[in-house]
Write a protein that binds this ligand. Structure first.
Ligand SMILES: [Zn+2]
Ligand SMILES: [Zn+2]
Length: 57
């Protein structure tokens, strides 16, 4: 098993990490939207705007 484990960029909890397809940050499954493969923060932003463009950090 080579599960990617680290600290979530959103909540700071250790666990399996998923990479957001929009911002590229690593977040845990609790902070990850598996439907869109984006983090909960990007999902939140999408709800306010359907624009695919986000300001690069
Ligand atoms: Zn998290
Ligand atoms: Zn994101």
């Amino acid at each position: 098993m080579t599960d990617v484990v680290g600290l979530c960029s959103m909540c700071g909890r250790p666990g399996a990490m998923f990479t957001c397809q929009l911002c590229g940050r690593l977040v845990c499954e609790r902070c990850f939207d598996h439907r869109h493969y984006i983090c909960s923060e990007c999902e939140h932003l999408k709800k306010h705007s359907d624009s695919p463009s986000f300001p690069m950090d």
